[in-house]
Ligand binder design. Sequence first.
Ligand SMILES: C[S@@+](CC[C@H](N)C(=O)[O-])C[C@H]1O[C@@H](n2cnc3c(N)ncnc32)[C@H](O)[C@@H]1O
Length: 285
Amino acid sequence: MSHVNNWANPSKANMQDVYNMAAALEERAQALDQIQVNEALVDALAPVAGEQVLEVGCGSGVLCRQIALGVVPVGKVTGVDISPEFLRIAQDYTASADLSTTIQWGAGQAEVLPFRDASFDAVFAARLLLHISDPQAVLNELVRVVRPGGRAVVMDWDFDTVAIDHSDRELTRRLLHWRCDHHGGNNWSGRQLWGQMAATELVNVKAAPIVSVAHHEYDSLTLSLFKAARVARDGNVISPGEYDAWVDELRSSLAAGSFFASIVYFIVVGERKKEGTWDFQSELG
Ligand SMILES: C[S@@+](CC[C@H](N)C(=O)[O-])C[C@H]1O[C@@H](n2cnc3c(N)ncnc32)[C@H](O)[C@@H]1O
């Protein structure tokens, strides 16, 4: 089965698909397990009133709106996305959230950002790098546009860290491994972020794993797992009978209140070196 990853280039998707993708981002941000992950991201970025903040790969702008609350009244958040369609949708959400004077939008490619060097106090990319063929190029751009002393933050999940309580280990491993390696971009991106950030000019690079736990049918991870089963069945990696057995057990454990699944997101933070400061990582080599 050839799988097209619409997140890597939404402009190739039709407008209805883009609306559905934007609605999925908004809905996901309301799920309890994603609220926890997004709060950890905001804490890592630590926006301060008056700052200029950039998000690259902003999608529907849900994180820009959250960060905007930290920089008001005079600070600004800029959301950049490769898709003008997403930006139009993001603009509508911003108007209804009454944040139009704090957030601005720009179409652009993460690999060649349309900004001068050192334009921002803080920059971030969330759930973007897993969809990018050359993440190092994006990270170099993030570092270029953040000011000396400013912060860069990246975040992705690592789908191979999924733990799910299911009686059929072999089937569970088979479908999760296939989903991890064949669907939705580079699902090992999370564990690769630290090395990629450490390879830039950033200093004091730190990684924080966030374990996101799902217990309910409306948690974002739960929905991802049902989807994983569907794509594995459609990819002929599991049979229709195995699909039915696997999801039936999940439905039963959800109904019984015993469902457990988790996944690790990695948030990596670094600072752009100030002139004349000591970089302990490269000094210790
Ligand atoms: C999965 S969404 C994440 C949206 C948002 N950061 C969030 O966490 O809700 C990924 C976004 O990255 C955008 N994108 C993909 N490739 C890009 C690129 N090369 N440059 C800029 N944006 C890109 C997509 O259009 C999409 O809106």
